[in-house]
Design a protein around this ligand. Structure first.
Ligand code: GDP
Ligand code: MG
Length: 173
């Protein structure tokens, strides 16, 4: 029996520390965990298969191991990424204000001009919101990013986030 080769896409998570990047990946990937040599450079990644538009694809999701705290993500983290999930915490305005910093990093290090970007406003289950949905949507529109609000805690928006990103990647010529 032959196995069909599934297309693989590299997806990154970036954004300030504590916004919920790792929680988003864990929630989405359902504890399918794979550690590999990449961990030696302080990156974890998880593989997750998805069926999008009648195609089976595999997402290789790269998550930082805390280096973003020091704004020290190395350029190889970005290399070859098909999709980037830029995350902020809707209850912490500072993390929203810092989005431009991360966009500058993407601009400097991304090796693909057609990289698909998705902005995620996370932690919408919390009550002390500091960034409105409209502000998030407007910023995303201005920067040509997809946008979704989500909660890694309640699952809200998480599956949809990855599906929309994958859909857009497949659509990109
Ligand atoms: P990272 O540093 O961006 O990877 O953030 P983590 O995933 O480590 O999450 C930081 C903290 O926020 C942890 O205490 C999580 O439990 C919490 N957290 C993450 N996502 C959510 C969410 O959607 N809702 C709530 N209430 N807490 C969250
Ligand atoms: Mg993390």
């Amino acid at each position: 029996m032959t196995t069909t080769e599934e297309k693989q896409y590299k997806i990154l998570l970036i954004g300030d520390s504590d916004v919920g990047k790792t929680s988003i990946v864990k929630r989405f990937s359902d504890d399918e965990f794979k550690e590999d040599l990449l961990c030696t450079i302080g990156v974890e990644f998880k593989m997750k298969s998805l069926n999008i538009d009648d195609q089976n694809i595999t997402l290789c999701i790269w998550d930082t191991a805390g280096q973003e705290k020091f704004r020290a993500l190395i350029s190889s983290y970005y290399r070859g990424a098909h999709g980037i999930i830029l995350t902020y915490d809707v209850t912490k305005r500072e993390t929203f204000n810092n989005l431009q910093y991360w966009l500058n990093e993407i601009e400097s290090f991304s090796t693909r001009s057609d990289v698909v970007m998705l902005l995620v406003g996370n932690k919408i289950d919390k009550e002390n919101r500091e960034v409105s949905r409209e502000e998030g949507a407007e910023f995303a529109k201005k920067k040509a990013m997809l946008f979704i609000e989500a909660s890694a805690k309640t699952k809200m928006g998480i599956q949809q986030a990855f599906e929309e990103l994958a859909h857009k990647i497949l659509e990109t010529p």
